[in-house]
Design a protein around this ligand. Structure first.
Ligand code: ADP
Ligand code: MG
Length: 292
């Protein structure tokens, strides 16, 4: 494409709320074969709510929820806000937590009223040596309903299973359809539970799912998708999406996402909805066609 047609294309994209941070992205986006998307905050709203809480035998529901909320008050993870809101909604007194520690991709732990409370994914419980078998069926059911199962342990004993649900953004189904109509493969990359991720992928007709990825593993996931010379565009919003945005052939950041993601991306989707992805690819194709 000529410099002039690139400038025109970048200008048209801006009118549609798609900000190209460099001209090369407008040229290369037309060749995209796979669009890989982060789940939380990209396909979904990133604002989960707590939907279920089942308590293990011998534990008190209100006490467990209050203790878990005390730990989550210290966490910046979106699921933490969901659990704290649920406890506050029930009017529970939330104690201060000491010696808080977050293990990215696993969970969080702290001391609450002298007791060691841990909350997180099944792999976190496995790491702590906490047996979660009692809730195995419940976890499968929650995952099948596109909810994320989380476990709480108190002093090393399984105390509860919690489900949080993060709604799909209203524009996401249409955005995925538009990509499929362009003949593209659509993939999801997420740190979330495999079953939960698959249930969301099934709802959206997503072709490939890479789940239970650790925060620093998304770049490896993009590398694998690129194998065989496939041109991969990656769409994400979070701090841990930044390396994957840089690794992809074209990185697209959600404009409402973190600054780190935006700075690592070639394209910024200003409105935050995913229709910008197919719009950007269509514009790239039109810009290149114009000069032929
Ligand atoms: P994602 O943002 O896709 O959920 P993360 O790598 O941030 O991926 O987290 C992976 C998993 O670790 C979460 O799905 C959750 O199960 C667990 N986790 C992380 N932080 C917390 C937290 N503050 N409370 C409970 N679970 C957590
Ligand atoms: Mg995200």
């Amino acid at each position: 494409a000529t410099p002039t047609s690139i400038m025109v294309g970048v200008g048209r994209a801006a009118e549609l709320g798609v900000l190209f941070r460099n001209g090369e992205a407008l040229q290369s986006l037309k060749s995209t074969q796979v669009v890989a998307l982060d789940k939380t905050g990209t396909l979904t709203a990133g604002k989960p709510v707590m939907t279920d809480l089942e308590i293990a035998k011998g534990f008190d529901r209100a006490q467990v929820l209050a203790m878990v909320a005390a730990v989550e008050t210290q966490s910046e993870h979106p699921v933490a806000a969901a659990i704290v809101a649920a406890a506050e909604g029930e009017g529970l007194p939330i104690d201060a937590a000491q010696a808080f520690d977050a293990i990215p991709g696993f969970g969080v732990t702290a001391l609450v009223a002298g007791r060691r409370v841990a909350v997180g994914a099944d792999r976190y419980m496995a790491q702590l040596g906490v047996e979660v078998q009692a809730f195995a069926e419940t976890a499968v059911r929650m995952g099948g309903m596109a909810k994320t199962p989380l476990y709480a342990a108190i002093d090393g004993r399984l105390a509860a299973i919690i489900a949080v649900s993060d709604p799909i953004k209203p524009s996401t189904p249409q955005a995925i359809r538009a990509l499929h109509e362009m003949g593209l493969k659509v993939a999801m990359i997420t740190g979330d539970n495999r079953r939960t991720a698959q249930a969301i992928a099934d709802q959206l007709g997503i072709d490939e799912v890479v789940a239970e990825v650790l925060p620093d593993g998304k770049v490896e996931a993009v590398k694998r998708l690129r194998q065989g010379g496939r041109a991969v565009a990656f769409v994400g919003d979070g701090i841990n999406d930044a390396p994957a945005l840089a690794e992809a052939d074209v990185g697209l950041a959600i404009g409402t996402g973190t600054d780190v993601a935006i700075e690592s991306a070639d394209v910024v989707l200003m409105s935050g909805d995913l229709l910008g992805v197919s719009n950007a690819i269509a514009l790239s194709k039109a810009t290149i066609a114009n000069i032929r």
